[in-house]
Design a binder for this molecule. Structure first.
Ligand SMILES: [Zn+2]
Length: 153
């Protein structure tokens, strides 16, 4: 009877310990397979977040488009209101496109994992350090190539 609360607390403590261990875990200690599996998970999670963002922003843009009724269009410049809606809508569409571009980057990173070329700098062909890949799973360039020289993007 009285043991139930204690069990729950122990479970929570165990969960917290497991979470901490995962956070502290050094990516350099992982095997290549383990590291790639972790990166794939991170990319998949990130992809879902960006997809949801893109969908939500697009939906907001669409509802803003519906708010601006055709009859109002000719008064836009006088009232300024239609103009604001247009700006909001364009901002939403731009952010939505950005989120979709991120999804594209993530898809390419996932494809590189499948192709066995993940984690290789696309410019100098050297391995990208795992610490950088952990922080930015879809990184396609090493820091040297990203920060200097003839980076194409
Ligand atoms: Zn490089």
């Amino acid at each position: 009877m009285g043991s139930l609360p204690r069990d729950v607390t122990e479970d929570m403590a165990r969960d917290a310990a497991a979470t901490n261990q995962e956070l502290v875990e050094d990516e350099d200690d992982l095997t290549e397979d383990e590291f790639l599996r972790r990166q794939r998970e991170a990319l998949t999670t990130e992809r879902a977040v960006y997809m949801e963002q893109a969908r939500a922003l697009k939906a907001e843009a669409d509802s803003l488009a519906q708010e601006a009724e055709p009859g109002d269009v000719q008064f836009d410049e006088e009232s300024g209101e239609g103009g604001t809606t247009t700006i909001d809508r364009e901002r939403d569409l731009a952010l939505s496109a950005q989120a979709l571009a991120a999804v594209e980057e993530i898809d390419q990173a996932l494809a590189r994992i499948d192709a066995g070329t993940y984690g290789i700098c696309e410019n100098c062909r050297k391995p990208i350090p795992r610490a950088r890949l952990s922080a930015l799973p879809h990184a396609r360039l090493c820091i040297a190539c990203k920060s200097g020289g003839l980076s194409r993007r």
